[in-house]
Design a protein around this ligand. Sequence first.
Ligand code: CLF
Ligand code: SF4
Length: 493
Amino acid sequence: MSSPIISIEGPTSTTSEGFLAAAKSGGCAPSSYGSSPTSPGDVDPAIWDKIKDHPCFSEEAHHYFARMHVAVAPACNVQCNYCNRKYDCANESRPGVVSEKLTPDQALRKVIAVANKVPQLSVLGIAGPGDACYDWEKTKATFDRVIREIPDIKLCVSTNGLVLPDHVAELAEMNVDHVTITINMVDPEVGAKIYPWIFYENRRYFGIEAARILHARQMLGLEMLSARGILTKINSVMIPGVNDQHLFEVNKMVKERGAFLHNVMPLISDPAHGTHYGLIGQRGPTAMEMMALQDRLEGGAKLMRHCRQCRADAVGLLGEDRGQEFTLDGIPNDVTYEAGKRQAYRQVVAHERRDHEAARGEAIGMIKATDSEKSLLVAVATKGGGRVNEHFGHAKEFQVYEVSPRGISLVGHRKVERYCLGGGGEDATLEGVIAALEGIHIVLCAKIGNRPKEQLSRAGLRVTDAYGHDYIETAVSALYAAEFGIRPLAATA
Ligand code: CLF
Ligand code: SF4
């Protein structure tokens, strides 16, 4: 394996040359075509300018740029059946996770410490542990402090939407141009199965009445944001048998109101989390059910398919979590922002984007040159940079790409338990990895040993390390061509 100077695990070089060398050996580069906008040609230039460095709003950017959350907003005004208030807001965080709660001053210290060490950092989000708009004073105080010190950081908010309309004007004044609203229903009858109560204007409302108010406020907030040109992402938790079919209506209605992206996330339900759904045995969707629903939603509001359901104190590229490196007790009381690393990194990204754009164009050309109408699902072990650059045994997730005559799309990811720990692999872990890769045709990784390769093969899963360190698009297009053949040149002219 190459050892990049900069990688998603932790950049150590502060020079542009160092970053560039690292990028070429597996550090940073963009990805491929997907449902969310991935290249400047996909959207209006002014919108591209807003999203190009936002890892959640642009699938391409998520290979380059990192977000961090600060857990400054613990209060909440809604009860969701998939949430236990002991833990973080499950609308935008993995349920069952507890974050270190911060004051706005502590949050500022943490953001500066992260910005000095993680040059990929481009976005500061507030996604709980409660509701960022309900706990508004802390959210606002945090943003005010941070933007004074790091003016080029993007501010991002996630909310259940109930009091969002009250804060849209201030969000616009603060130049917040990315807001997420969790909208699980547009029919209060469905809503009553998800929200037992809300607390609104000093009163508690229950059942359908609560859901009716919540729905009206969510729609109003969305319309107000759209009217101000603030980009919105709608998160919907897919709850089988409760709102899975209903999400088509949600998608349609939010699109009509100007939503920029729709992010359908799987319900995570575990009795150990003590949530209502966990305790009654409400199941979450399987990976294949999620993919099938997302495929059927294509054509409506653009979908985000690279969400990792972060923690409310997440730090790093999506899919990695470096939060534990930045706990308060490890951060000095006085920290000063050093802008140099982030600026140098951005120069590298600009260069890499040009290189990778060319590689992506060639890859698409190769797919178009095949005779096939078939599609291929490829699971890729990557540690960032849009390259096949992770060992099979080290992977904690696989990114899933669909390759077809329509192009190359990132359509999801599969989380797995790391197979290789301390030099050896566990058979039981490998069985879990195989189960998680249901429906996948081929696995790509930087390296794999003979033993797991044979075991995967016996389970009907093909895996290859022949494309190690290539751009993902280059690798999957070559696979596709090898699999389905190339049309004679004359026929492709
Ligand atoms: Fe955070 Fe959310 Fe902003 Fe991103 S996360 S507040 S929009 S900066 Fe991103 Fe994490 Fe998915 Fe959220 S991957 S859970 S979508
Ligand atoms: Fe929990 Fe978030 Fe729902 Fe509030 S909005 S109940 S914190 S999931």
